[in-house]
Design a protein around this ligand. Structure first.
Ligand code: AMP
Length: 221
């Protein structure tokens, strides 16, 4: 079985939900780049200060910022058995940076040890999903007020913390994020296909069905 997984797909396609499940099942870390960047912003690190302006506009933060954040994370001991990347790479330039980082660390190889999983979903559905998305600031559980609401409105089922709407899940920034996705991230589909490591999932289905398909793809390999 592969050791490194890259989840690829437009914002709101359900990658985060499935990645968390897979991380629990395989006992390897789920590395959510957006969350790492938001943590840097919250902690007011130098990288966080640079990242903030780009995130607020729905644009990609510069390569050196995201590469530094990812490299630092991949060097941690818990990545030694494998890891799941969610939100990185997000451009061909970043995929090449990832290859260099993996070669430098030396534990896994992009072509040999990695599976990229593309979440295929119709764009119309997505803005609607994003503006209804809520997440728990404490434990990270993700809800959707329409399709996957918490038991008590606005409070996390797991830890009872008040749920929040991400600042960039407003309609204007969400639209900008789609433009960024089409221009920068969509070309990665061909890149990974050429490399022979791409798998696809139809992501306009209930969470449980996507999960079953994902497991079949990963464990039947
Ligand atoms: P996400 O939580 O994955 O939707 O990411 C939120 C925002 O963080 C994006 O709209 C970007 O501004 C920034 N971001 C996340 N991952 C990356 C990345 N790999 N490269 C550049 N910017 C990123």
């Amino acid at each position: 079985m592969k050791k490194v997984f890259i989840f690829l797909g437009p914002p709101g396609s359900g990658k985060g939900t499935q990645t968390s499940r897979l991380a629990d099942k395989l006992s390897i870390p789920h590395i959510d780049t957006g969350a790492l960047l938001r943590k840097n912003i919250q902690d007011e690190t130098e990288l966080g200060i640079v990242a903030k302006g780009f995130i607020d506009k729905g644009q990609l933060v510069p390569l050196y910022v995201v590469s530094n954040v990812i490299k630092e994370r991949l060097l941690k001991d818990d990545c030694a058995q494998g890891y799941i990347l969610d939100g990185f790479p997000r451009s061909v330039e970043q995929a090449e940076a990832l290859k260099d980082i993996m070669d430098e660390i030396g534990t896994f190889d992009l072509k040999e040890d990695t599976m990229a999983i593309y979440f295929d979903i119709d764009n119309e559905e997505l803005i609607h999903r994003l503006v209804n998305r809520r997440s728990c600031p404490k434990c990270g559980t993700i809800y959707n007020l329409i399709s996957n609401p918490p038991k008590i409105m606005d409070y996390c089922d797991i830890c009872d913390t008040k749920l929040t709407l991400r600042k960039d899940d407003n309609e204007e920034t969400a639209r900008a994020r789609f433009v960024t996705y089409e221009n920068e991230t969509a070309p990665l589909y061909e890149y990974f296909k050429q490399l022979g490591i791409l798998k696809e999932i139809k992501a306009d289905k209930p969470i449980i069905e996507i999960w079953e398909e994902l497991k079949a793809i990963i464990f039947d390999e």
